[in-house]
Ligand binder design. Structure first.
Ligand code: ADP
Length: 264
Protein backbone atom coordinates (compact mmCIF):
# COMPACT_ATOMS: atom_id res chain seq x y z
CA UNK A 1 0.00 0.00 0.00
CA UNK A 2 1.26 3.44 -0.89
CA UNK A 3 0.23 6.93 0.18
CA UNK A 4 1.45 9.96 -1.82
CA UNK A 5 1.94 13.65 -1.11
CA UNK A 6 2.57 16.12 -3.95
CA UNK A 7 4.50 19.34 -3.41
CA UNK A 8 4.83 22.00 -6.12
CA UNK A 9 7.77 24.40 -5.86
CA UNK A 10 7.93 27.48 -8.09
CA UNK A 11 11.55 27.73 -9.30
CA UNK A 12 11.07 30.78 -11.52
CA UNK A 13 8.39 32.50 -13.61
CA UNK A 14 8.16 29.55 -16.06
CA UNK A 15 9.52 26.74 -14.00
CA UNK A 16 7.72 24.61 -11.44
CA UNK A 17 9.32 21.66 -9.74
CA UNK A 18 6.92 18.98 -8.65
CA UNK A 19 7.93 16.67 -5.87
CA UNK A 20 5.98 13.49 -5.25
CA UNK A 21 6.67 11.78 -1.94
CA UNK A 22 5.59 8.15 -1.70
CA UNK A 23 5.11 6.42 1.65
CA UNK A 24 4.97 2.69 2.04
CA UNK A 25 2.11 2.28 4.52
CA UNK A 26 1.72 -1.49 4.18
CA UNK A 27 3.02 -2.13 7.70
CA UNK A 28 0.91 0.66 9.21
CA UNK A 29 -2.22 -0.70 7.51
CA UNK A 30 -1.43 -4.20 8.79
CA UNK A 31 -1.07 -2.88 12.35
CA UNK A 32 -4.34 -0.93 12.02
CA UNK A 33 -6.10 -4.05 10.73
CA UNK A 34 -4.73 -6.19 13.57
CA UNK A 35 -5.88 -3.61 16.10
CA UNK A 36 -9.39 -3.37 14.67
CA UNK A 37 -9.64 -7.20 14.39
CA UNK A 38 -8.63 -7.41 18.05
CA UNK A 39 -11.19 -4.83 19.16
CA UNK A 40 -13.87 -6.70 17.19
CA UNK A 41 -12.88 -10.01 18.77
CA UNK A 42 -12.87 -8.54 22.26
CA UNK A 43 -16.27 -6.91 21.74
CA UNK A 44 -17.68 -10.18 20.45
CA UNK A 45 -16.26 -12.09 23.43
CA UNK A 46 -17.59 -9.50 25.88
CA UNK A 47 -21.07 -9.64 24.38
CA UNK A 48 -21.57 -13.34 25.19
CA UNK A 49 -21.42 -13.03 29.01
CA UNK A 50 -23.18 -9.64 29.00
CA UNK A 51 -26.07 -11.10 26.98
CA UNK A 52 -26.33 -14.03 29.39
CA UNK A 53 -26.23 -11.78 32.48
CA UNK A 54 -28.85 -9.41 31.07
CA UNK A 55 -31.08 -12.25 29.87
CA UNK A 56 -31.09 -14.18 33.15
CA UNK A 57 -31.54 -11.02 35.24
CA UNK A 58 -34.55 -10.06 33.10
CA UNK A 59 -36.02 -13.57 33.39
CA UNK A 60 -35.65 -13.43 37.18
CA UNK A 61 -37.28 -10.00 37.39
CA UNK A 62 -40.10 -11.17 35.13
CA UNK A 63 -41.11 -13.72 37.79
CA UNK A 64 -38.62 -16.61 37.79
CA UNK A 65 -37.29 -15.33 41.14
CA UNK A 66 -40.37 -16.78 42.84
CA UNK A 67 -39.24 -20.28 41.92
CA UNK A 68 -36.42 -21.07 44.40
CA UNK A 69 -34.78 -23.62 42.08
CA UNK A 70 -34.70 -21.25 39.09
CA UNK A 71 -33.51 -18.42 41.35
CA UNK A 72 -30.52 -20.45 42.53
CA UNK A 73 -29.66 -21.74 39.07
CA UNK A 74 -29.89 -18.38 37.30
CA UNK A 75 -27.93 -16.58 40.02
CA UNK A 76 -25.13 -19.12 39.61
CA UNK A 77 -25.09 -18.52 35.86
CA UNK A 78 -24.95 -14.77 36.46
CA UNK A 79 -22.05 -15.29 38.87
CA UNK A 80 -20.11 -17.50 36.43
CA UNK A 81 -20.65 -15.14 33.52
CA UNK A 82 -19.59 -12.15 35.63
CA UNK A 83 -16.36 -13.95 36.53
CA UNK A 84 -15.81 -14.67 32.86
CA UNK A 85 -16.30 -10.99 32.07
CA UNK A 86 -13.74 -10.05 34.73
CA UNK A 87 -11.25 -12.55 33.31
CA UNK A 88 -11.72 -11.20 29.78
CA UNK A 89 -11.13 -7.64 30.95
CA UNK A 90 -8.04 -8.67 32.94
CA UNK A 91 -6.61 -10.63 29.97
CA UNK A 92 -7.27 -7.78 27.56
CA UNK A 93 -5.52 -5.34 29.90
CA UNK A 94 -2.63 -7.79 30.30
CA UNK A 95 -2.22 -7.95 26.51
CA UNK A 96 -2.32 -4.18 26.15
CA UNK A 97 0.46 -3.83 28.73
CA UNK A 98 2.84 -6.34 27.11
CA UNK A 99 4.93 -3.79 25.27
CA UNK A 100 5.23 -1.19 28.02
CA UNK A 101 8.90 -0.28 28.04
CA UNK A 102 9.12 1.66 31.30
CA UNK A 103 8.74 -1.47 33.37
CA UNK A 104 10.87 -1.84 36.43
CA UNK A 105 13.60 -4.50 36.25
CA UNK A 106 14.74 -6.17 39.45
CA UNK A 107 16.17 -9.42 40.72
CA UNK A 108 13.08 -11.65 40.96
CA UNK A 109 13.28 -14.90 42.97
CA UNK A 110 11.33 -17.62 41.12
CA UNK A 111 10.13 -19.82 44.02
CA UNK A 112 7.67 -17.26 45.51
CA UNK A 113 6.13 -16.64 42.08
CA UNK A 114 5.55 -20.37 41.61
CA UNK A 115 4.09 -20.59 45.11
CA UNK A 116 1.73 -17.67 44.47
CA UNK A 117 0.54 -19.25 41.22
CA UNK A 118 -0.17 -22.53 43.05
CA UNK A 119 -1.88 -20.79 46.00
CA UNK A 120 -4.30 -19.00 43.71
CA UNK A 121 -5.58 -22.31 42.33
CA UNK A 122 -5.52 -24.35 45.53
CA UNK A 123 -9.19 -25.28 45.31
CA UNK A 124 -9.14 -26.63 41.72
CA UNK A 125 -5.93 -28.53 42.58
CA UNK A 126 -7.75 -30.21 45.46
CA UNK A 127 -11.00 -30.78 43.56
CA UNK A 128 -9.14 -32.52 40.75
CA UNK A 129 -6.90 -34.49 43.14
CA UNK A 130 -3.78 -33.30 41.31
CA UNK A 131 -0.22 -33.96 42.45
CA UNK A 132 2.19 -31.06 42.35
CA UNK A 133 5.89 -31.46 41.79
CA UNK A 134 8.13 -28.38 42.05
CA UNK A 135 11.87 -28.64 41.39
CA UNK A 136 13.75 -25.36 41.32
CA UNK A 137 17.50 -24.73 41.44
CA UNK A 138 18.40 -23.28 44.86
CA UNK A 139 17.88 -19.47 44.99
CA UNK A 140 16.78 -19.43 41.35
CA UNK A 141 16.16 -15.83 40.28
CA UNK A 142 16.03 -13.68 37.16
CA UNK A 143 16.72 -10.00 36.47
CA UNK A 144 13.41 -9.13 34.90
CA UNK A 145 10.05 -7.46 35.37
CA UNK A 146 8.27 -9.16 38.27
CA UNK A 147 4.73 -8.64 36.96
CA UNK A 148 5.50 -10.06 33.53
CA UNK A 149 7.34 -13.14 34.83
CA UNK A 150 4.59 -13.73 37.36
CA UNK A 151 1.91 -13.59 34.65
CA UNK A 152 3.82 -16.09 32.49
CA UNK A 153 4.09 -18.55 35.38
CA UNK A 154 0.46 -18.11 36.44
CA UNK A 155 -1.00 -18.64 32.98
CA UNK A 156 1.07 -21.78 32.32
CA UNK A 157 0.33 -23.27 35.74
CA UNK A 158 -3.40 -22.48 35.40
CA UNK A 159 -3.54 -24.31 32.06
CA UNK A 160 -1.59 -27.27 33.48
CA UNK A 161 -4.30 -27.55 36.13
CA UNK A 162 -7.39 -26.91 34.01
CA UNK A 163 -6.40 -29.12 31.09
CA UNK A 164 -5.22 -31.94 33.36
CA UNK A 165 -7.01 -35.18 34.15
CA UNK A 166 -8.31 -36.05 37.57
CA UNK A 167 -5.50 -37.47 39.71
CA UNK A 168 -2.88 -36.18 37.28
CA UNK A 169 0.38 -34.33 37.96
CA UNK A 170 1.47 -30.75 37.47
CA UNK A 171 5.21 -30.41 37.33
CA UNK A 172 7.21 -27.18 37.50
CA UNK A 173 10.95 -27.37 36.92
CA UNK A 174 13.26 -24.37 36.88
CA UNK A 175 16.98 -24.32 36.19
CA UNK A 176 19.67 -21.69 35.85
CA UNK A 177 21.09 -21.34 32.33
CA UNK A 178 23.96 -19.37 30.87
CA UNK A 179 22.61 -15.85 31.36
CA UNK A 180 19.06 -16.66 32.44
CA UNK A 181 16.65 -19.37 33.45
CA UNK A 182 14.67 -22.18 31.87
CA UNK A 183 11.23 -22.99 33.25
CA UNK A 184 9.28 -26.07 32.36
CA UNK A 185 5.59 -26.50 33.18
CA UNK A 186 4.25 -29.97 32.42
CA UNK A 187 0.95 -31.72 32.89
CA UNK A 188 -0.42 -35.20 32.39
CA UNK A 189 -3.62 -33.92 30.84
CA UNK A 190 -5.55 -33.89 27.61
CA UNK A 191 -2.59 -32.88 25.42
CA UNK A 192 -2.65 -30.88 22.18
CA UNK A 193 -2.68 -32.43 18.69
CA UNK A 194 0.30 -31.69 16.41
CA UNK A 195 -1.68 -29.50 14.02
CA UNK A 196 -3.02 -27.33 16.87
CA UNK A 197 0.32 -26.76 18.61
CA UNK A 198 1.21 -23.54 16.75
CA UNK A 199 -2.32 -22.17 16.85
CA UNK A 200 -2.82 -22.32 20.64
CA UNK A 201 -0.55 -19.25 20.94
CA UNK A 202 -2.90 -17.16 18.78
CA UNK A 203 -5.20 -14.67 20.44
CA UNK A 204 -8.65 -16.18 21.13
CA UNK A 205 -7.73 -19.61 19.74
CA UNK A 206 -9.22 -22.52 21.70
CA UNK A 207 -8.90 -26.16 20.78
CA UNK A 208 -12.17 -27.23 22.34
CA UNK A 209 -14.37 -24.17 22.63
CA UNK A 210 -16.98 -25.80 24.85
CA UNK A 211 -14.53 -27.24 27.34
CA UNK A 212 -12.32 -24.18 27.61
CA UNK A 213 -15.37 -21.96 28.03
CA UNK A 214 -16.54 -24.14 30.91
CA UNK A 215 -13.11 -23.91 32.53
CA UNK A 216 -13.40 -20.13 32.33
CA UNK A 217 -10.90 -19.86 29.48
CA UNK A 218 -10.73 -16.78 27.29
CA UNK A 219 -8.36 -18.07 24.60
CA UNK A 220 -5.95 -15.29 25.56
CA UNK A 221 -3.80 -17.02 28.21
CA UNK A 222 -1.13 -18.46 25.90
CA UNK A 223 -1.18 -15.40 23.61
CA UNK A 224 -0.30 -13.33 26.68
CA UNK A 225 2.44 -15.82 27.63
CA UNK A 226 4.06 -15.90 24.20
CA UNK A 227 3.88 -12.11 23.76
CA UNK A 228 5.37 -11.55 27.23
CA UNK A 229 8.14 -14.09 26.59
CA UNK A 230 9.01 -12.37 23.30
CA UNK A 231 8.90 -8.97 25.04
CA UNK A 232 11.39 -10.23 27.65
CA UNK A 233 13.67 -11.50 24.89
CA UNK A 234 13.02 -15.19 25.55
CA UNK A 235 11.56 -18.13 23.69
CA UNK A 236 8.82 -20.67 24.30
CA UNK A 237 8.53 -24.24 23.13
CA UNK A 238 5.65 -26.69 23.34
CA UNK A 239 5.91 -30.47 23.31
CA UNK A 240 2.62 -32.30 23.61
CA UNK A 241 0.93 -35.57 22.88
CA UNK A 242 -2.82 -35.95 22.65
CA UNK A 243 -4.17 -37.81 25.68
CA UNK A 244 -0.76 -37.91 27.38
CA UNK A 245 0.10 -34.37 28.38
CA UNK A 246 1.92 -31.17 27.52
CA UNK A 247 5.20 -29.50 28.42
CA UNK A 248 5.73 -25.77 27.93
CA UNK A 249 9.39 -24.75 28.10
CA UNK A 250 10.24 -21.08 28.52
CA UNK A 251 13.80 -19.77 28.26
CA UNK A 252 14.32 -16.24 29.57
CA UNK A 253 17.48 -14.12 29.67
CA UNK A 254 18.51 -11.76 32.46
CA UNK A 255 17.52 -8.26 31.40
CA UNK A 256 20.54 -6.04 30.88
CA UNK A 257 20.06 -2.95 33.04
CA UNK A 258 21.87 -0.53 30.70
CA UNK A 259 19.81 -1.62 27.67
CA UNK A 260 16.66 -1.16 29.70
CA UNK A 261 17.64 2.34 30.82
CA UNK A 262 18.04 3.38 27.20
CA UNK A 263 14.39 2.44 26.68
CA UNK A 264 13.22 4.96 29.24
P1 ADP B 1 -7.81 -20.59 27.44
O1 ADP B 1 -8.13 -19.35 28.17
O2 ADP B 1 -8.92 -21.10 26.57
O3 ADP B 1 -7.20 -21.62 28.30
P2 ADP B 1 -5.15 -20.30 26.28
O4 ADP B 1 -4.65 -19.26 25.35
O5 ADP B 1 -4.52 -20.37 27.62
O6 ADP B 1 -6.72 -20.08 26.38
O7 ADP B 1 -5.02 -21.70 25.58
C1 ADP B 1 -5.53 -21.85 24.27
C2 ADP B 1 -6.04 -23.27 24.08
O8 ADP B 1 -4.93 -24.16 24.12
C3 ADP B 1 -6.98 -23.74 25.18
O9 ADP B 1 -8.31 -23.42 24.89
C4 ADP B 1 -6.74 -25.22 25.20
O10 ADP B 1 -7.56 -25.84 24.24
C5 ADP B 1 -5.29 -25.37 24.77
N1 ADP B 1 -4.37 -25.58 25.90
C6 ADP B 1 -3.68 -24.63 26.59
N2 ADP B 1 -2.92 -25.17 27.55
C7 ADP B 1 -3.11 -26.50 27.49
C8 ADP B 1 -2.60 -27.63 28.22
N3 ADP B 1 -1.71 -27.48 29.23
N4 ADP B 1 -3.03 -28.86 27.85
C9 ADP B 1 -3.92 -29.02 26.85
N5 ADP B 1 -4.44 -28.01 26.12
C10 ADP B 1 -4.05 -26.76 26.44
Amino acid sequence: DVDATTVAIRKGPDEIQVLVILYDVTFMRQVEKMQSDFVQNVSHELKTPVTAITGFAETLLAGAKDDPEALDKFLHIIQTESQRLTQLIQDTLALSRVGSSNDHIEKVPVAPLVQNALNSIQQPLKDRKLHVNVELDADLSLDTNRRKLSQIVRNLVNNAVFYNKEGGTVSIVGVRTNGGIRLQVSDTGVGIADDEQQRVFERFYRVDKARSRNSGGTGLGLAIVSELVADLGGSIHLASQLGVGSTFTVALPNAVASEHNQDN
